[in-house]
Write a protein that binds this ligand. Sequence first.
Ligand code: AHR
Length: 317
Amino acid sequence: AAATLSMMAMPVYADDLVTVGYAQVGHESDWRTANTQNYQDVFSEDAGYSLDLVDCDNDNAAQLEAVRTFISKDMDYIVIAPIQSAGWDTVLQEAQDAGIPVIIADREIEASDDLYDAWVGTNTTNEGITAGNWLAEYLGDADANILVIEGSVGASATLGRTDGFNQVAGEHDNWTILDSQSGDFTQAGGQEVMESFIKSYEGQFNVVICQNDNEAYGAMDAMDAAGITYGVDGDVTLISFDATHDGLQYTLDGKINCDVECNPIQAETVKGVIEKMQAGEDYEKTTLVEDQAFVAPGIESEYATTMTQEVLDGRAY
Ligand code: AHR
């Protein structure tokens, strides 16, 4: 009987819940929506948590304010997905002075690692390198005239993907980056930038790189409207990042040539770190969430998995 009792779920009372404040970037992309949902699922009351998730609407000042509110509420843990990589020292020092552990998630920050307790996220520089290596493999000796629709200015996901891709581009004398502008990780931003690129460079480009899937949807709309063909059967090679469900559908359909994954499912890993902190156990200071890349049917790559319906069916977000 004792064994049966100990296996029964114990009720969790509100006072027992571990409080976690999550200063979320915003709701700019499908990736972000999946990431928010993942936190809400994992940090549930049933699991023993009270999650205070603040959507900061891509506003850096609002995000600093959200963290300060978490500090004033004396949350047990603070998780930050930083909108900007710079400017964190003061508020992190405030959290440390208040004795609240901080986990940086998703993106990176430019701050001494003494100022936060743990980091969980993806390596966006490697994502950019993968995109570059794949393009080199795909194009062979052909020239590349490239347009880049970057993510939000100052975000580490933008800085890393740009830096990683540029490292590879720098090794190819016949690659030219014609222009690189921010589409703010949104579909509307991607469309607007692509429309302006088409006005300036129509007939001059054969590669478009969008730093997330939503920007790619906007860029496709702009190219469709201008009669420009893209994807495996088109004139323009289209590269995207995130590999969300819809991005992979376009890849399976041959419209996106290569989609480099950025995995939004990170909350379980963050929870694992918090559980170790709660138990007073050693925890990883840095945990990398693994990514891969996907290419359209008909493309074989050393750097990416060729899309199939089965892969798409397995992608929940
Ligand atoms: O930080 C991750 C990036 O942020 C994703 O690539 C993008 O879709 C999101 O907005």
